[in-house]
Design a protein. Structure first.
Length: 731
């Protein structure tokens, strides 16, 4: 009936405090009768009518509640995160009960056939005597380890062990099972493939191959690529951790390290996170309603619950650090504070938690980058063996390029050259170029920038060790580079020998109503060819220098002209690029191959790709802009209305996070076919953020792209997703 659980929990907690007991089971039958009356009164005060006495009415109410749950906000969020279509709908099983709460010869439990945190083989789970299943998973009582069941119910435990083996052998995967013991008799309630951490997923996949239960290809398909993200994220600095003293300890329910400001509600976690704060969500216990707040948090800390409580299971699935069942915490949710180790922690105080050990620390402990375990390398080697798509990275700095290489990148698919203009020693020269009155003045300013660009490109070529590097020429509108502070405007006026009023007039003239569709990309090179010439010189000179130092490296610069919508634009800009590049190579007396291609990010470019392919030696899909222009809305502003679209079921996903295969995908597929019909040897890739999204990678494989390019930390995700696409297609 959608009355919050918390109202009833408060009544239970009040009665336990009044009776001086800590466990629900310590309440007497008379206490429970009184509590039932209080519950009914609470129900009536919220609903306005009596709680139904008719069992049929109760059953129908329960069935309707399950159907309703398909469309609640947390289910919609969960589906968006896990690629489950809304149209599938849900089913309801109506099943007779086995009772685990009929006395001390009864009990209930949840168990995994392997440890879901580490992947170690062996029974892992929890058990409660005289309890129902909800008591274990809701985290209301802190349960005992599954091994203690052997002393309580030896026969049922022996049978349970056999059932575990049967189920794992049948499904050839780690199982998550719920069961009840009623008067010593075992009832199996359900089994499913268990949620696991990324570390556990890799270990289980490798172990199942070694045990002969899975092939390498099947093992690759078992791992959710998105979970690899958690392996690449920071852990606590070992030295700092050694010096720190834990103030409390719970159960290490989901590995990783988290520190941030304490918040007490899921709503606050969302709000604070939206304002750029890192938060740790501290709760008595979590429930499914908290999922969006859990997602917004660095970590989750609960007072109640075990390793299979809601908080633990959801956090493991998300790859979020979680410590559960810290019963030493005295919680005061009403005043948004708690006490631990004699100290009162208020909202906004800093705390650190370790999801591996369960330790809790006051304040902030610095973190370090994670190290990658052996199974990771083994699974990645299998992925590389079976994938057909190459994986490149989007990188603008040598540090990013180096990190991407460590994570398996086979080239740079996008270097955004404008990111190199913003450093203090360069931006002044670039602003001079913008404010110049003549071509000669512009060229003089650009000459100051060129050595920096060349040096940057040399470092990128070095970092990539002869692998392909695609360099995109200047893309953003010029207004992004002009000063806004009065002092900077005055300095620019002085350097340009102009008045402040003149500089302000130039800045005003650069204002555009819709700059993302304005004077940018190849349009800048059409207006100011000297920009393209300077960048070409920097690219070619850098390549010649690095090739001289490493003659065995196959360096073939890929120059990418952005935002082309008409073949004549490309032809016009390409002419300057080719003339400049050929002159540089001839002057050096060298032999250097290079390619000039374009970014397909305007729908018209996709529609006329056969024409554009006459001039372009490669295509790279800039799906961020292609999505904006195909949908007709700005990715910077879409957040204001997308929630309404999700609520109305118009969209199920953010099209900027997950490639729209129906519309944008159709344009891509058409462009690849048209382009390769004209130029069969042409290579095509994608460098929008979709390049690291597993479902988008699968689509890129399907339409015949040669590579995907994504941010450095998403390279392993793309490698695994590419292998899964190839293996699934083979099946």
């Amino acid at each position: 009936m959608e009355v919050g659980k918390k109202y009833f929990e408060e009544l239970i907690d009040e009665m336990k405090a009044d009776r001086g007991v800590t466990q629900d089971v310590e309440l007497t039958a008379d206490d429970l009768k009184e509590l039932a009356s209080q519950f009914k009164a609470e129900y009536k005060s919220k609903i306005g009518e009596d709680f139904p006495d008719d069992p049929k009415e109760q059953l129908m109410g329960a069935i309707k509640a399950v159907f309703r749950s398909w469309d609640n906000p947390r289910a919609n969020v969960y589906r968006r995160d896990n690629d489950i279509p809304y149209s599938w709908g849900t089913a309801v099983n109506v099943q007779s009960m086995a009772f685990g709460n009929m006395g001390d010869d009864c009990g209930t439990g949840v168990a995994f056939t392997r440890d879901p945190a580490t992947g170690e083989k062996g029974l892992f789970g929890e058990f409660l005597t005289n309890a129902q299943g909800e008591d274990v998973v809701a985290g209301v009582r802190t349960p005992m380890h599954i091994s203690e069941m052997e002393q309580k119910f030896p026969e049922a435990f022996k049978q349970f062990n056999e059932v575990c083996k049967t189920l794992e052998n049948h499904y050839r995967d780690m199982q998550d099972m719920e069961f009840t013991v009623e008067h010593g008799k075992l009832f199996m309630l359900q089994t499913r493939n268990g949620k696991r951490t990324a570390q556990a997923a890799l270990k289980i996949a490798c172990d199942l191959v070694d045990e002969g239960m899975r092939t390498e290809q099947e093992a690759v398909l078992m791992i959710d690529p998105r979970n690899l993200d958690t392996l690449l994220h920071p852990q606590f600095d070992a030295k700092e951790l050694k010096a720190a003293t834990p103030i409390g300890k719970g159960l290490g329910a989901s590995p990783g390290a988290a520190c941030g400001k304490i918040v007490f509600t899921a709503d606050d976690a969302e709000k604070w996170n939206a304002n750029g704060e890192k938060v740790v969500l501290v709760r008595l216990e979590t429930s499914p309603e908290d999922i969006t707040g859990m997602k917004a948090s660095q970590g989750i800390l609960t007072v109640r619950g075990g390793m299979t409580s809601h908080a633990a299971v959801v956090a493991r699935g998300m790859g979020t650090c979680c410590v559960s069942g810290c019963s030493d915490i005295v919680m005061d949710e009403a005043n948004k504070q708690f006490t631990l180790a004699g100290k009162t922690f208020k909202e906004g105080d800093f705390i650190s938690i370790d999801g591996s050990t369960g330790n809790i620390y006051d304040g902030i402990i610095p973190t370090v980058d994670a190290t990658i375990a052996g199974e990771f390398g083994r699974v990645m080697a299998w992925a590389d063996k079976y994938r057909k798509l190459k994986v490149r990275t989007n990188a603008d700095t040598p540090a990013d390029a180096k990190k991407a290489r460590e994570l398996g990148a086979e080239g740079i698919g996008l270097c955004r050259t404008e990111h190199m203009f913003f450093e203090a020693d360069r931006i002044a020269a670039f602003r001079e170029m913008i404010c110049a009155d003549t071509v000669e003045e512009r060229e003089a300013a650009l000459d100051k920038i060129m050595p920096y660009q060349q040096g940057d490109f040399e470092k990128l070529y070095e970092a990539l060790e002869g692998n392909p590097v695609t360099i995109r020429f200047l893309d953003p509108p010029l207004h992004e580079f002009v000063p806004t502070e009065e002092a900077d405007i005055e300095a620019l006026a002085k350097a340009q020998n102009k008045s402040v009023a003149q500089i302000k007039a130039i800045i005003d003239s650069l204002h555009e109503f819709n700059p993302m569709m304005g004077h940018r990309g190849c349009r800048l090179a059409v207006t100011y060819p000297e920009i393209a010439k300077m960048q070409t010189k920097a690219v070619i000179r850098a390549a010649l220098n690095v090739k001289k130092a490493h003659p065995d490296w196959n360096i073939v610069p890929e120059i990418m002209i952005p935002l082309v919508g008409d073949v004549k634009e490309l032809k016009y800009v390409k002419k300057f690029v080719v003339e400049t590049a050929d002159a540089e190579i001839a002057a050096a007396g060298a032999d250097l191959k290079y390619e000039v291609g374009t970014m397909i990010e305007i729908p018209r470019a996709a529609l006329t790709a056969d024409d554009i392919a006459k001039e372009a030696e490669f295509f790279c899909f800039g799906t961020n802009d292609l999505t904006q222009m195909t949908f007709g809305f700005s990715r910077d502003d879409a957040g204001k209305f997308l929630d309404s679209y999700y609520d109305a079921k118009i969209y199920e996903n953010d099209p900027f996070a997950k490639l729209d295969q129906t519309g944008v995908g159709k344009l891509m597929e058409m462009a690849v076919k048209l382009g390769k019909d004209v130029r069969p040897e042409m290579h095509c890739g994608i460098c929008g953020e979709h390049g690291g999204d597993p479902t988008s990678v699968e689509f890129c494989h399907k339409i015949g792209l040669d590579y995907v390019s994504c941010s450095p930390f998403r390279v392993p995700i793309a490698r695994l997703a590419a292998a899964q696409a190839a293996i699934s297609e083979g099946k």
